[in-house]
Design a protein around this ligand. Structure first.
Ligand code: UD1
Length: 336
């Protein structure tokens, strides 16, 4: 079986490609590497002993996609390619609409011309309407009412797959996750954003390693046990495995033509707990200061994982502490 993986900012896709190859899939990757590094392919080869086919181009370019579909007998597509910074999307919404939505339309149009019908979409719990739904989130809860253009594009992309599956054009499985953390246990691949990170764990590690003066903790006056926000952090290897398992189900026609699954752990961790965990694992101090709450932050976000267990027959294999330990290994080894 051959899979096309569309990527941007190689963090989650690189881990998924490793698990795909180790599960016996042939992989073709398309990513323009505007937010990544070519060395990641060497690292994937080092872990899997196989080199995936890599096309360095924008996956919204239908001419290049056509060429890929002509040259390769693709059985399914895992679509990661999307910009993903909330703040950036508020400053430049059209870049997000264009890249994420238009790119998805081009991909679907071209794939369907070549009768490639199986899609796994890397979605996000940002599609839930936080004003009408609350933790633990489950897949039946209301969506839309997104808080930013990034969330809007994820919602619209899900709707495109929903429409197309309703009209029997394709089969789509939407994997909704929120806070993937950690990296491959070998430490060979991990998260190394090309722009300054804004997510909690990378920021904590930057503060710990002196790449920034300190971590700013956005509020400790929430109605939670230690006053800081709670999130459902999931190890990126569990997220990667979920893509492989969902793809197998889709290719075996073991799930419906349009399926939505939360890929979470159901275990909330607070910002304060995360700081303690990092200090405990690394035996180093994280310099931090508590500041005002961040605009648009939800107090508590964690997910119900019953459906994932039922459909994919698995729950998370790794803990948040594993994610911290693996990230520390990645940072200490030579980074990409
Ligand atoms: C954010 C995005 C979400 C995206 C997810 C994964 C928003 C509103 N949501 O989620 O759409 O899917 O990242 O990329 O941005 N924190 C600090 N100091 C920091 C950074 C974070 O205290 O410097 C706190 C935040 O207040 C929050 C928690 O850490 O309580 C997690 O924040 P973050 O990693 O940015 O993820 P989310 O906001 O949950």
């Amino acid at each position: 079986m051959k899979v096309l993986v569309t990527g941007w900012a190689w963090y989650i896709w690189s881990h998924t490609v490793v698990q795909l190859i180790l599960s016996g899939y042939e992989v073709v990757i398309v990513d323009d590497l505007s937010a990544g590094k070519i060395e990641v392919i060497d690292r994937i080869e080092k872990i899997t002993k196989k080199r995936p086919i890599f096309v360095q181009w924008d996956c919204g370019d239908s001419a290049v996609l056509s060429q890929i579909f002509k040259n390769h007998d693709i059985d399914g597509i895992i679509h990661f390619a999307a910009y993903k910074s909330v703040g950036e999307s508020c400053n430049d919404p059209f870049a997000y609409y264009d890249n994420n939505i238009h790119g998805t339309i081009q991909l679907c149009k071209t794939a369907l011309e070549y009768w490639v019908r199986n899609f796994i979409f890397s979605s996000s719990c940002t599609v839930y309407d936080m004003s009408r739904a609350s933790s633990p989130f489950d897949e039946t809860m209301p969506t839309w009412g997104t808080l930013n253009p990034y969330g809007t594009t994820k919602f619209v992309m899900e709707q495109i797959f929903r429409d197309l599956s309703n009209w029997k054009w394709l089969q789509g499985c939407m994997l909704r996750y929120f806070n993937p953390v950690g990296c491959h246990p070998s430490g060979f691949i991990g998260e190394d954003p090309s722009t300054p990170p804004t997510n909690l764990l990378p920021v904590i590690f930057q503060a710990l390693t002196g790449q920034r003066e300190k971590l700013l903790v956005f509020g400790n006056d929430y109605n939670t046990p230690d006053g800081t926000c709670l999130r459902d952090y999931i190890h990126v290897m569990d997220v990667a495995d979920a893509h492989v398992l969902a793809l197998q189900k889709l290719l075996d026609a073991d799930i419906g033509p349009y399926t939505v699954i939360n890929i979470w752990t159901w275990v909330p961790t607070s910002v304060q707990e995360m700081i303690h965990m990092v200090q405990d694992v690394t035996r180093k101090i994280v310099p931090y200061e508590v500041v005002e709450r961040r605009n648009g932050d939800a107090m508590t976000v964690f997910g119900n994982t019953q459906l994932a267990k039922k459909i994919l027959w698995r729950s998370a294999q790794y803990t948040v502490r594993d994610a911290v330990a693996h990230t520390w290994k990645f940072i200490q080894d030579k980074k990409l």
